[in-house]
Design a protein around this ligand. Structure first.
Ligand code: AMP
Ligand code: ZN
Length: 668
């Protein structure tokens, strides 16, 4: 295969995996394998710049900086939609339609994705440009940014090579939005308000590499200017999906207005189960022939109608403010409300986030407040009706002592949150840390519910998560609700958790500001916990996505001897504190299989880490201390005298660096 063919094959393969991952949500290879393919392609492209292609999957990472976005004319005007808010509005609309069409109509019902509209132009099957809606006649060209959105195909198998437009909405999923905000919180950056503003703001970022980091997606709903046959709106969606675009599958064909109304009702109740936000539904006359007859008004098509869901707000009274203590000691104020119905659920509590938020709202006890529900996130107070405030109402202050343990609360410079620093003895922090440790994304230990954890802490059975590894079935059985079988499951679950990789273990430790992604970044940069512990502030912030705040938190964490002691215990129980990925990649031979080594002293040719890596690469096992089971002590210079004595006493052979090299040298 020529280099050019190799490059082309890799590009096609990667495009296919992008489609499986980002469009179909059904990846068939691991992220690791994907990255390997991408790295291969990057290397080939760098070595052979003559084959550069802006549509290569390697270009998805962005890097183009746009100072001013160019205004361009749309090939096909981007209309707005007429809005309706009631069933009567829709019935009126149907009457207007029937006057023109004079035969029963079927309707395509789609969700109204809440994001920023975009028009993508393809020519010769390639993405040519992407333009925002603007005023509908002309918009801003944001192609460089749009290229980084991986659910948008850069190449499509269109029925014709001629130019066509496809319309859609750039959105951020709710989970992507939450994860992005978690990252920003950790970096001490201001959080984004909602997925929609974040998505539309992202389109106008000047550096496309920044856009590439945002979890954006694009949901498509309309093809314009196609010169191949499309008969109906339903067919249009089907064709768009077949070409490789992300077209949500919730759309339904309604045979009549009753079915349209049922669709609207269904999604009004279930909209929060969707991975992205919608602000209503869009109803479209299904036959394109009918659409053509109906045409447009100055502003919007006559054949389509948006039905907007009401903003999910309610007004109620603030009774009390209580304070919750999280596992990191962070204090969250929570408003207790006069129960009120909000979008079908009774709301009694709302988060107030922090002291700043209370101040910003100028909240007083007895205030009438507006609560809003967004997605699965717990409701929040968005406004106070100052006019309804009772005379003499007392402003809501903030507590200065931990409601659980009485310690003085501290607010660190630059942080919005108050903290209880009594980490070791504040009960909700103790059980919170254990719960975090066993959670699915951390050590994933089954069979241990929240109540059991609290109970075990209360009974003094465990004080921190390292104690979990010392639990015996007979200790647990006497606990309420614990049978022999579940106790066994629990002990087994704990033992099995030692297989969790280093990054999950690091996340499980619950170090402040070290979330899942940060833990991954750290374990990549510092492949074992010793290296991480010894890292300086400068070395830490040199890592992608690690800011000063995270670095400071890590330094504080490792400064505390108790934390390090706990890690040593976990390591002794078998938990992983080094990356296995590299090791698995580099298994070179099995000559050391079944042998255990203790490594001690300073070596001539290699660092200790390198020596250890070699042992693992040749399938040997490294242990921390000498015992009767040790196969060899691998000694460099300055090996401790007590170790030497112990080895000699137990008759364990002491070998040198040279001996070791002979052992692993390939047979002549
Ligand atoms: P409006 O912004 O209220 O005028 O509503 C029109 C906008 O709704 C369009 O520009 C699209 O960006 C957006 N929209 C979201 N989902 C759909 C959909 N399924 N069909 C048509 N437009 C949609
Ligand atoms: Zn406390």
């Amino acid at each position: 295969m020529s280099v050019e063919e190799k490059i082309k094959t890799l590009r096609a393969e990667l495009a296919l995996h992008n489609h499986k991952y980002y469009v179909l949500d059904a990846p068939v290879i691991s992220d690791y394998e994907f990255d390997q393919l991408l790295i291969n392609l990057q290397e080939l492209e760098q070595a052979n710049p003559q084959f550069f292609d802006p549509n290569s999957p390697t270009q998805r990472v962005g890097g183009t900086v746009t100072k001013n976005f160019v205004t361009v004319q749309h090939d096909h005007r981007m209309y707005s939609l007429d809005n309706s808010y009631s069933k009567e509005d829709l019935l009126d609309w149907e009457v207007r339609l029937l006057k023109v069409i004079q035969q029963p109509l079927s309707f395509m019902c789609e969700l109204k994705y809440d994001g920023a509209s975009i028009s993508l132009t393809y020519e010769n099957g390639l993405l040519l440009r992407a333009v925002t809606r603007g005023d509908g006649i002309q918009g801003d060209e944001v192609t460089a940014n749009i290229r980084t959105i991986k659910s948008i195909p850069l190449k499509v198998a269109a029925p014709s090579n001629e130019r066509f437009d496809i319309r859609g909405e750039i959105i951020m999923t709710k989970s992507g939005f939450e994860a992005l905000n978690e990252k920003r919180r950790a970096l001490g950056e201001e959080e984004f308000k909602n997925p929609r503003n974040t998505a539309s703001g992202s389109l106008k970022l000047q550096n496309s590499a920044e856009v590439a980091k945002r979890p954006l997606s694009c949901l498509l709903y309309s093809i314009q200017g196609a010169n191949w046959p499309i008969e109906t709106q339903k067919d249009m969606l089907h064709q768009a999906r077949n070409m490789g675009f992300k077209v949500p599958s919730e759309a339904r064909l309604a045979k009549n207005m009753d079915e349209v109304l049922a669709f609207i009702d269904y999604w009004e109740k279930h909209r929060h189960e969707l991975p992205y936000e919608i602000d209503g539904v869009v109803i479209k006359v299904n036959e394109l022939a009918h659409q053509n007859i109906l045409g447009h008004t100055a502003k919007a098509p006559r054949w389509a109608m948006a039905y907007k869901y009401k903003a999910e707000e309610a007004t109620t009274l603030l009774n009390q403010v209580v304070y919750q203590v999280g596992r990191t000691g962070a204090i969250t104020p929570v408003a207790e409300l006069e129960p009120v119905d909000l979008a079908g659920t009774v709301v009694k509590r709302a988060s107030l986030h922090n002291a700043d938020q209370i101040e910003k709202l100028d909240l007083h006890f007895g205030d009438t407040v507006v609560v809003e529900k967004g997605g699965e996130i717990i409701p929040k107070i968005t406004a106070v009706k100052i006019g309804l405030r009772p005379d003499g109402a007392v402003p809501v202050g903030f507590i200065d002592q931990c409601p659980e343990c009485g310690s003085a609360l501290v607010r660190l410079a630059g942080e919005a949150q108050h903290y209880c620093l009594n980490e070791q003895n504040c009960p909700p922090q103790i059980s919170g840390r254990i719960q975090h440790f066993i959670s699915r994304k951390a050590m994933d230990i089954d069979g241990l519910g929240e109540e059991t954890v609290t109970l075990m802490v209360k009974k003094g059975l465990i004080h921190d998560f390292a104690d979990l590894f010392t639990l015996k079935v007979e200790d647990i059985v006497p606990l309420e609700r614990m049978g022999e079988k579940s106790a066994q499951n629990l002990v087994q679950g704990v033992q099995e958790s030692i297989r969790q990789p280093y990054s999950k273990v690091l996340f499980a430790l619950g170090i402040r500001h070290v979330g899942e992604t940060v833990a991954q970044k750290l374990t990549q940069a510092f492949p074992n916990i010793e290296l991480l512990r010894r890292a300086t502030e400068a070395e830490l912030v040199a890592v992608d996505d690690i800011g000063l705040k995270i670095a400071q938190s890590l330094l504080n964490y490792f400064e505390n001897d108790e934390n390090w002691y706990r890690i040593k215990r976990l390591r002794a129980y078998g938990c992983q504190f080094e990356t296995q990925n590299d090791v698995e990649q580099k298994v070179q031979s099995r000559v050391l299989e079944g042998m255990t080594f203790v490594v001690s002293g300073v070596f001539q040719n290699l660092s200790r880490e390198e020596v250890k890596a070699l042992i693992i690469a040749h399938s040997g096992i490294i242990v921390g201390s000498i015992s009767g089971k040790t196969s060899y002590v691998l000694a460099g210079d300055q090996m401790g005298p007590s170790k030497r004595q112990k080895a000699e006493k137990l008759g364990i052979p002491i070998i040198s660096e040279e001996d070791f090299f002979k052992m692993i040298a390939p047979n002549p």
